[in-house]
Design a protein around this ligand. Structure first.
Ligand code: ITT
Length: 187
């Protein structure tokens, strides 16, 4: 079995490969990201649509992530990709710097679908929005500080140990390990 990770984001794939023992294949299919304020709903819808569209039997994995800034009541949240493309990471930092509260949370929901039922796994990490530091990671990593270091100042393994995605991957890996063999198919 290979898990088909449906994403255009190589950073997400790198982190999943570091964590999971199953082979992970990256599939670039632009599934519909529905307008919704819950990451779960967006990821679950995407996983079903991708599985139906791609055909085949190998399960698919979708990851919907977002940066939730406290002082902006959780914005950009589900709109984080759009905001990264428009305002930019440094623009987000500049906006937060105009306020007196820099706390934020990163969240990820993984949705796994094998044609039977969708399973979702979430993970979150608390941090602060700071001036950019570090050149690892991707996306908002340089401006997201956790425990004195930005996520971009960590190796992939260090980021996975504390990150939203690492926590979601841990739940997913535990669940996979407990799944009956017949659901997983030949390995
Ligand atoms: P796919 O939808 O193709 O998977 P994407 O990068 O558009 O890729 P998301 O919509 O889930 O994925 O990501 C929302 C935004 O959050 C986007 O700007 C990402 O770059 C960023 N992001 C996601 N995970 C991140 C992480 O672990 N660290 C920093 N930024 C992250």
């Amino acid at each position: 079995m290979a898990i088909r990770f449906v994403t255009s984001n190589e950073g997400k794939v790198r982190e999943a490969r570091e964590y999971l023992s199953e082979p992970v294949e990256q599939v670039d299919y632009d599934y519909t990201e529905i307008q919704h304020d819950e990451l779960e709903a967006i990821a679950a819808f995407g996983a079903r649509e991708a599985f139906e569209h791609l055909g085949g039997t190998d399960p698919v994995l979708v990851d919907d992530a977002g940066l939730f800034v406290d002082v902006f009541d959780g914005f950009p949240g589900p709109y984080s990709a759009y905001v990264e493309d428009t305002v930019g990471v440094e623009g987000v930092r500049a906006l937060v710097a105009t306020r007196d509260d820099d706390r934020a949370r990163f969240r990820t929901v993984l949705a796994y679908y094998d044609g039977d039922e969708v399973a979702t796994f979430d993970g979150a990490v608390q941090g602060r929005i700071v001036d950019p530091r570090g050149d690892g990671g991707f996306g908002y990593d340089p401006i997201f500080e956790h425990d004195g270091r930005t996520l971009a100042e960590m190796s992939t393994a260090e980021k996975n140990a504390i990150s939203h995605r690492g926590r979601a991957l841990a739940k997913f890996a535990d669940w996979l390990a407990d799944e009956p063999a017949e659901r997983k198919g030949p390995r």
